[in-house]
Write a protein that binds this ligand. Sequence first.
Ligand code: HEC
Ligand code: HEC
Length: 310
Amino acid sequence: MNTLKAAQFRVVFVHVVLAALCTVRVVAQDAPDVGPHPHQPLKPMESHIGHVTGHAKDAKTDYRRYCAGCHGDQGDGNGENAVWLDPKPRDFTIATFKCRSTPTGTLPTDQDLFNTIGRGVTNSNMPIWNTFTDHQRANLVAYIKTFSPRWEKEKAGDPINIPAEPPVTIESISHGKALFTKLECWKCHGPEGKGDGPSAATLTDSKDQPIRPYNFASGGDDARFKCGSTNQDVYRIFMTGVDGTPMPSFADTIQPNDAWDLVHFLRTLQVHRHSKENDVLKAAGGTIPPYVDKAAPSIQPASGAAGGGN
Ligand code: HEC
Ligand code: HEC
């Protein structure tokens, strides 16, 4: 008797619970239709690039057609091709970007994203989208901003200030080399910049994917960086950091003018690329002289012309 009652109760109980669940589910399903908003409304995001204004809604077709296969319909980086790719397509829902003119941890500017789309990302499967009109690219920038709530709460960071580039000299290169050693760039990038430093094999990005430091020695005149190819771009990369990767920002450790010395040295690591830095090095006999700190008190009289200020 008792067991029967218990069983009956259980049946009734289960029905009640099921009914409740169904009601909830029906309500949840119906809600978007009865409410004032369509299911998953597209946020009315905009982008501003020069005098061009981009609108998210105008990029819907282009995004689905050209971007979703890798970045996913929901912008989460899980498009159907993503499994085959290394590095993985960017997950726009966390709004972390490698290529920024803005300090580490902050959102990039609209112009940064616009530039990235037109430039592509070298050493990855992210194509160069230079056949789009400026309006199409601006619309895509606005569309990317619909995927993360960060764009509604935060403003883009202020672009870092880059002072004018001083002339390339062997002293500048020599100081850059000293900084490369002191700041331990070599631990990841290797002493010759070949991407083979002692930490290189163990690095992972913020999504736990293995990642290799850049190999400066690979490539010739066509050598580019993920976030550009000019000396200004190199300066910007290590002063803003490559967010989402172990490549840190050095804005707090390197003085603006010292940063140019480091840029000049990094260019000499690109041994197969023609550059004014490699010309200056060649003219100096092909070896980088040890750095002599002019500011530090020195008892050695051998520092030559540098001692003139005393
Ligand atoms: C064939 C795959 C593929 C397609 C198609 C593709 N991307 Fe990407 N995209 C990538 C990969 C891979 C990365 C990450 C590169 C990296 O981390 O080095 C990326 C990164 C990006 C980034 C982030 C760059 C940064 O600073 O972090 C943006 C923005 C972007 N893609 C926009 C787009 C847009 C817009 C489209 C469509 C017009 C598009 N992508 C189409 C593969 C793709
Ligand atoms: C903890 C390891 C680590 C240290 C230390 C480090 N890097 Fe990096 N660096 C990386 C990784 C990893 C990448 C590749 C990021 C990527 O592919 O998205 C990178 C990328 C770069 C790039 C851009 C390459 C590209 O493809 O865009 C430059 C330039 C660079 N590093 C310079 C430096 C300099 C200069 C220093 C020292 C002041 C330094 N790095 C210190 C790990 C490191």
